[in-house]
Design a protein around this ligand. Structure first.
Ligand code: ATP
Ligand code: GAR
Ligand code: MG
Length: 387
């Protein structure tokens, strides 16, 4: 493999569509291999903008605007980093010969819950909880009654819990209907899911480099309001549950195809494993790999994209805790207690230019035996605050 320098006529270029905290780590890893990096997002000074060679601010849902940047920059690899972006632009770019990671069809399927759920459950036959799709409030009530309360309601296009709610009875339906409008993406259709009473849930990071598929240790996580708050690795699983999880991850990622890392989200009850959803890119709960693995999920993503070998060492157990702002601010300051800077813990501050309530601004990482690491991350996260 040959590695050119950036900003030359023969440079290899990587374009990130979405430039948040996950993209920032991908850009850093890309630069470590001499790649030229271009970061695109809908607002100025997004985390990856701050480290990339060039950056663009554009309406990510505008086909022409995205295509214009792609045609101008001619990247060797286009890495979608957020769900809410113009899929038409990606389909067209692929048609023109650009390499969309993992491929435009996989991005199309995974960005929309209806597409990915029907693909997983109906085409591939993977086990999921019962679900229905609705477009009206009356339809929502009907579906919830048929599935049985409680139900989880989510816009077909959204992420990080935006627009998501749990309805426990009929009286919650009007609120859930209103809440869905908070979607980051498309709320014209909703998925209504029976509540899966799982023992625990995991993300199984799965990397494909065109030659082999490699799994990371399973990542356990805790979610609040549809968004991750703590994650730890490895999640203790029975051998049978782990085998089932890897089988599902292999089937869904083979089904989607292409190269890169995927975050396969699964619910586990006993030895039974239910498919939930999958990100065709690094996963927020996978930030824990920044402290547990010789090659983080971001480094593995790049290796997979470039077709490089996927070998890495699992250094040992760890945990991560997301810090979310409690204020709205145009000049956010994250105050971190010195006790976070120890031999086995540290913090990464994302440098987001604006804070609002609930926005993730930093992550605390702890390296320790998994229970202690999680316990410690619960203590440490209380020592991070908005200044
Ligand atoms: N059917 C369900 N039964 C029980 N819990 C659920 C169900 N669907 C979702 N959840 C809970 O809500 C969380 C978020 O749901 P989901 O992953 O579908 O949304 P998301 O907005 O895509 O989140 P992210 O972007 O952070 O992955 C899940 O990790 C799980 O904890
Ligand atoms: N669950 C998806 C996820 O974690 N995505 C990550 O959050 C950023 C958006 O953050 P913002 O909402 O603070 O701009 C995205 O750009 C990505 O890095
Ligand atoms: Mg999810």
């Amino acid at each position: 493999m040959k590695f050119a320098a950036p900003l030359k006529s023969n440079s290899k270029k990587v374009m990130l569509l979405g430039s948040g905290e996950l993209g920032r780590e991908v850009v850093i890893e890309a630069q470590r291999l001499g790649l030229e990096t271009i970061a695109v997002d809908k607002y100025e000074n997004a985390p990856a903008h701050q480290v990339a060679h060039r950056s663009y601010v554009v309406n990510m849902q505008n086909k022409d605007a995205i295509l214009e940047i792609i045609r101008r920059e001619k990247p060797d690899f286009i890495l979608p980093e957020v769900e809410a972006l113009s899929i038409e632009a990606l389909l067209e770019a692929e048609k023109e010969g650009f390499n969309v990671i993992p491929n435009a069809d996989a991005v199309n399927k995974t960005m929309n819950r209806k597409n990915i759920r029907t693909f997983a459950a109906e085409d591939l036959g993977l086990k999921t909880g019962p679900y229905k799709f609705v477009t009206t409030q009356e339809g929502l009530l009907e579906a919830a009654k048929e599935l049985g309360f409680p139900v989880v309601i989510k816009p077909v296009m959204s992420s990080s819990g935006h627009g998501q709610s749990v309805a426990r009875s009929e009286s919650d339906i009007p609120h859930s209907w209103e809440e869905a409008k908070e979607a980051r993406g498309d709320a014209s259709e909703l998925i209504v899911e029976a509540f899966v009473d799982f023992d625990y849930e995991i993300t199984l990071l799965t990397a494909r480099n065109g030659k082999e598929t490699v799994f990371c240790e399973p990542i356990g996580h805790e979610q609040r309001d549809g968004d991750y708050v703590f994650s730890w690795q490895p999640m203790q699983m029975t051998p049978k549950a782990l085998q089932n999880a890897q089988d599902i991850a292999k089937r869904i990622t083979d089904g989607l195809g292409g190269q890169g890392i995927f975050g396969v989200e699964l619910f586990v009850k006993g030895d039974e494993v239910y498919f939930s959803e999958v990100s065709p890119r690094p996963h927020d709960t996978g930030m824990v790999t920044l402290i547990t693995q010789s090659q983080s999920e971001f480094a593995l993503h790049l290796r997979a994209v470039l077709g490089l070998p996927l070998g890495f060492t699992f250094y040992g157990d760890g945990a991560s805790a997301a810090f979310k702002s409690e204020v709205d601010s145009y000049a956010p300051v994250v105050e971190v207690d010195e006790s976070l800077f120890t031999d086995n813990s540290y913090v990464r501050v994302f440098g987001k230019p604006e804070a609002h309530k609930g926005r993730r601004l930093a992550v605390a990482l702890v390296f320790d035996k998994v229970e202690r690491a999680l316990e410690k991350s619960r203590e440490l996260i209380k020592k991070i605050r908005d200044a």
